[in-house]
Design a protein around this ligand. Structure first.
Ligand SMILES: [Zn+2]
Length: 245
């Protein structure tokens, strides 16, 4: 392919812009916020699981407390009924003894139930502290996610803006290049990551390798408007006064 040396040199401007676009794409992919976010989201899931676990335990204890309350109420009601019967008229001696005996049993039962209820209420109180603590941990973890998302979005907006600018630069350069040369450049860029590079002091600026004698002789022999390539990395090699040929 043929292209005037001045036109070939414009490929270097294009390569510089494309290099910046590559760096921006790399920065977008490797933002530290991506890994931070994954970690923070794991922390949120862990905190949620923990909260659900302590809330479930607290709910179980609440149910136990209500059950004990009902049992205690039942015992109290029964004792009240027995006391009324005892106080009432027409209770025989034998029945009175049975009632007394039952009242003693009921009193013991009530004490056992109340002790148990007290114990469960203490457990529930301690668990209440755990629930509050777990809510706090979850809130913190969610806040951390929010902050990371905000930082990530700011960084991405910054990259978007830079990318937009570079794309406009690219269009301005590309519009002044022959279509076939641009196709050739883009194909090389797709395959190799870089489309064109300058030859400076016999060194390709894409792969940084110094060309050997044979390659240099070939370049010297090639007409200035001949499009040539780096034999090492395959990019379009643009000759300049600094090429050292
Ligand atoms: Zn090269």
């Amino acid at each position: 392919m043929k292209a005037e040396p001045a036109v070939q040199r414009r490929l270097l401007d294009l390569a510089e812009v494309d290099g910046e676009l590559n760096r921006l794409a790399h920065r977008r992919r490797t933002l530290p916020e991506h890994a931070q976010l994954a970690e923070a989201e794991t922390a949120v899931r862990t905190a949620k699981d923990k909260l659900v676990a302590v809330e479930t335990s607290a709910g179980d204890l609440d149910r136990d407390i209500r059950r004990l309350e009902r049992d205690i109420e039942g015992v109290r009601a029964r004792a009240e009924r027995d006391n009324k019967m005892l106080a009432g008229a027409g209770v025989g001696a034998r029945q009175a003894t049975e009632l007394q005996h039952e009242l003693e049993t009921l009193a013991r039962r009530q004490t056992v139930l109340e002790d148990e209820q007290l114990e469960v209420m203490e457990q529930r109180e301690a668990l209440g502290v755990d629930v509050e603590h777990s809510r706090g941990v979850l809130a913190q973890a969610e806040k951390a996610v929010g902050e990371i998302v905000e930082r990530r979005d700011t960084a991405i907006a910054d990259i978007d803006a830079s990318e937009g600018g570079r794309r406009r630069d690219r269009e301005q350069i590309a519009v002044n290049l022959p279509a076939d040369l641009l196709v050739l450049y883009d194909k090389r860029r797709e395959q190799r990551g870089t489309g064109a590079a300058a030859l400076v002091q016999r060194r390709c600026q894409a792969c940084r390798l110094e060309l050997d004698r044979t390659a240099l002789a070939e370049l010297r022999a090639a007409p200035p408007d001949e499009v040539v390539y780096c034999e090492e990395c395959g990019v379009i090699l643009v000759r300049t006064p600094e090429s050292g040929l």
